[in-house]
Design a protein around this ligand. Sequence first.
Ligand SMILES: NC(=O)C1=CN([C@@H]2O[C@H](COP(=O)(O)OP(=O)(O)OC[C@H]3O[C@@H](n4cnc5c(N)ncnc54)[C@H](O)[C@@H]3O)[C@@H](O)[C@H]2O)C=CC1
Ligand SMILES: O=C(CO)COP(=O)(O)O
Length: 318
Amino acid sequence: MNIKSNIVAILGTGVWGSALGAIAKSNSHDIRFWSHRGTDSLESIVKDAVIVLSAVSMKGVMATIAKLKKLNLSSDKIIVTATKGLDPETTRTPSQIWQAAFPDNPVVVLSGPNLSKEIARGLPAATVVASNDLAAAEKVQDIFASDTFRVYVNQDPIGTELGGTLKNVIAIASGVCDGMNLGTNAKAALLTRALPEMIRIGTHLGASGETFFGLSGLGDLIATCDSPLSRNYQVGYGLAQDKTLEQILAELEGTAEGVNTTNVLIKIADMETIAVPIARQVHRLLRGKITPVEAIQALMERDLKPEFCDIEFEITNE
Ligand SMILES: NC(=O)C1=CN([C@@H]2O[C@H](COP(=O)(O)OP(=O)(O)OC[C@H]3O[C@@H](n4cnc5c(N)ncnc54)[C@H](O)[C@@H]3O)[C@@H](O)[C@H]2O)C=CC1
Ligand SMILES: O=C(CO)COP(=O)(O)O
């Protein structure tokens, strides 16, 4: 599909960084991996790269940026962020942090329903690359698109990023739902009511509401909330088996960003007085304040209300 080979630096060699690197490599690009635990210097990895893609978990974003800042990154390099998290100190998204650190570089968000183990097996998937700089997003689209990985562009980086980030909180709730065998009706109600909750927070933070109905919102919500491959889902499932959070995290392979994201989300909701009933129960559950049964009860016994009363959005694209 691609004719010209580009040098792509992938920062973070966890499962997602590795899967993304493999996609670009299969498109004949020259991939250079960097890990904070490895021996290669960051400078040598990013030196000739056209794209610097960060797939480090949220806890590594600030440290990685601090290292890159020392290297005087040239402003023509496109920074791609694939992290799905929120900074606990500032509540900012990774793309906001990257853009503030590198104001002259194009920053592109890559997010979608992308369970890395399925992608690593070459199963078909789609994703979104979003940026205020459309040409940069299209360049990233060109580098990663393949006949098994369909890449769409859009110009709402914050909405695209928040879809992938906020759904992790709901994936924990969904794991609880399945772990307690609450049935398909309960799951459908949970996911459907979660979407306006994500939209309320997202639009407050500057996202466009319609983005949440696309691949990076609804799409990722469905993928993550319905798959035992999701680490966030696994956290919820474990809680429903009466395991402690510490025990679950000790057994977990990789990062469950939803645990930190729930704390940050509740911090934002409390500061801005935004209703997030499902996330609030997830927060209480993670902190051991309530049991899964009490969380369900709390959600079912809320005051009755009209279904559509508190979000406004418009779908404009075909
Ligand atoms: N695995 C998946 O299916 C997907 C994951 N993501 C997101 O991508 C990010 C990474 O996910 P995974 O690869 O699954 O996680 P992982 O746990 O497998 O890898 C985390 C990566 O972050 C790096 N890291 C951690 N602390 C660091 C630090 N202080 N400095 C520099 N690097 C550090 C680790 O070395 C590792 O490369 C997460 O935000 C996740 O939500 C997004 C889409 C799909
Ligand atoms: O973001 C993901 C799928 O799009 C991966 O989900 P987990 O981080 O819960 O494994």
